[in-house]
Design a protein around this ligand. Structure first.
Ligand code: FAD
Length: 456
């Protein structure tokens, strides 16, 4: 008789947990996976996927506007939020079913309940039953952070609620400067909502290349989004027509919807981890080694709950690497250094590798190649918005350290640019690559003269 009920108990059926559970079961492990909300987790249910659907919706006004320059007469367009919301819900239901089917096909057992850790080999389910397992994988993700010291904060919504609003507001204040905040500012503005973005820092999208964040902020402002940096919300007050935000500048914004996107905290509260001996950091994230093992040898953690790089593909890769290493007989470590990523603002930002600031901090000689131009489509459309691309090159080794793009399909480009950067491509490799003409991306292989040379 087996010493434990299960070989592996996974807590949380999101990006990381589902992948780990499915692959481990495929290797023959007896896997159970508990989910207290919906299978698919943040990404599928209230994150990446529904957000991208809303981003698509928010960009149609550009299409209608641009069509005239190409000879089209477009009938007056109108937008219906309940139609979009229902279509989005249908797509999420479909994806959730696909996740469930894949998990079940792998042989894992799904338990639709909350689970908490009792000791290094035991979890307690919502109904009080306990299950023992040789290993426990914590994949509980993260939760939106709301500052408790803002009076009236209970009147704000977060990304958890925003996808299911009964109606689209006339006005919105989005609080925060990270990618979720700026993406939602873009979505609301695109859907015709009067949008203000309030952020306490000096510039939105901290951590991204500064020249790009300046350009994205300027482009968003030109599109009618009011961006207030260096500004705090002092209080939220219910008023006719919504909630009014009282700002540190003394201004009170007209009432509307207030959405907070001021960071996310690892989902470890009440999980029983500390009592089981699992070390957490100051934010509550599970401390793990490079193999995602916690301070308790039988307890592992992957994804946002470890607060490493909080993105879906990273959680998936960590879950897969855990299963390969522990159940597949081959050690796989995740490289967190080079993570291509996108910010789905309009215009979009795509990026991979070092920013100009970081490259200069770590390399004595850096060449920066830049191109700024009006994409071809914008000419007939009569649209002024420009595209921007930047290559950061180590002038000593000729290695391309970073590539940053603003403009249509920048996220798609970032994905492909991730491959040469992963392979340590040099600027000479970019130069000898033939262009695809006429495209915007061809600029990436035709930049010949550095715009800036940093030397120290
Ligand atoms: P999650 O996907 O959050 O899954 C954790 C699961 O655990 C949840 O389903 C939760 O219900 C469950 N759970 C928690 N506690 C328990 C418990 N005690 N018992 C049982 N179940 C439990 N990433 C990108 O790469 N690209 C994007 O464009 C992107 N956009 C985003 C937009 C938004 C609005 C948000 C909020 C996030 C976005 N992300 C994006 C981040 C991405 O969603 C996360 O990095 C990813 O979902 C993390 O996966 P995970 O497995 O760690 O956790």
């Amino acid at each position: 008789m087996a010493a434990f009920d299960r070989d592996l108990f996974v807590i949380g059926a999101g990006s990381g947990g589902v992948r780990a559970g499915r692959i481990a079961a495929g290797y023959g492990a007896r896997v159970a996976i508990a989910e207290e909300h919906r299978v698919g987790g943040t990404c599928v249910i209230r994150g990446c996927v529904p957000k991208k659907l809303l981003v698509y919706a928010s960009r149609f006004p550009d299409e209608f506007e641009d069509a005239a320059g190409f000879g089209w007469t477009v009938p007056p367009a109108s937008f219906d939020w309940p139609t979009l919301r229902a279509a989005k819900d249908r797509e999420i239901d479909r994806l959730e079913k696909a996740y469930v089917a894949n998990l079940e096909r792998s042989g894992a057992t799904i338990l639709r309940t909350r689970a908490e850790v009792v000791d290094p080999h035991t979890v307690r389910l919502g109904d009080g039953r306990t299950v023992t397992a040789e290993r426990i994988l914590v994949a509980t993700g993260a939760w939106p952070f709301l500052p408790a010291d803002v009076p009236g904060i209970e009147h704000a919504v977060t990304s958890n609620e925003v996808f299911d609003l009964p109606a689209l507001p006339r006005r919105v204040v989005v609080v925060g400067g990270g990618y979720i905040a700026v993406e939602f500012a873009g979505i609301f503005a695109g859907l015709g909502v009067e949008t203000t973005l309030v952020y306490r820092g000096e510039q939105i999208l901290r951590g991204f290349d500064r020249e790009l964040t300046d350009k994205v902020a300027a482009a968003m402002s030109r599109r009618g989004i009011r961006i207030l940096c260096g500004t705090d919300v002092k209080a939220l007050e219910p008023a006719a027509g919504g909630v009014a935000a009282v700002l540190s500048s003394g201004e009170t914004l007209a009432p509307g919807l207030v959405m907070y996107a001021t960071g996310r905290v690892p989902n470890t509260r009440g999980l029983g981890l500390e009592a089981a001996g699992v070390a957490l950091d100051g934010l509550g994230a599970v401390r793990v080694d490079s193999a995602s093992k916690s301070s308790v040898p039988s307890i592992y953690a992957v994804g946002d709950v470890t607060n490493r790089v909080n993105l879906t593909p990273v959680a998936i890769r960590e879950g897969h690497a855990f299963a390969d290493t522990v159940y597949g007989g081959r050690e796989v470590l995740v490289d967190h250094a080079l993570v291509p990523t996108a910010v789905f603002t309009t215009p979009e930002l795509g990026t991979v590798g070092l920013t100009e600031e970081k490259a200069c901090a770590h390399h004595p000689a850096v060449d920066v190649y830049k191109a700024e131009f009006r994409p071809m489509r914008n000419t007939l459309a009569g649209r002024d918005e420009r595209m921007f691309m930047k290559l950061i090159v180590d002038a000593v080794s000729d290695r391309v350290l970073g590539v940053h793009v603003i403009g249509p399909d920048a996220g798609e480009m970032a994905q492909l640019l991730g491959i040469p950067l992963m392979m340590n491509a040099t600027k000479a490799d970019f130069d000898r690559t033939l262009a695809v003409h006429p495209t915007a991306a061809e600029e990436l292989v035709t930049m010949r003269t550095p715009s800036v040379k940093h030397r120290r």
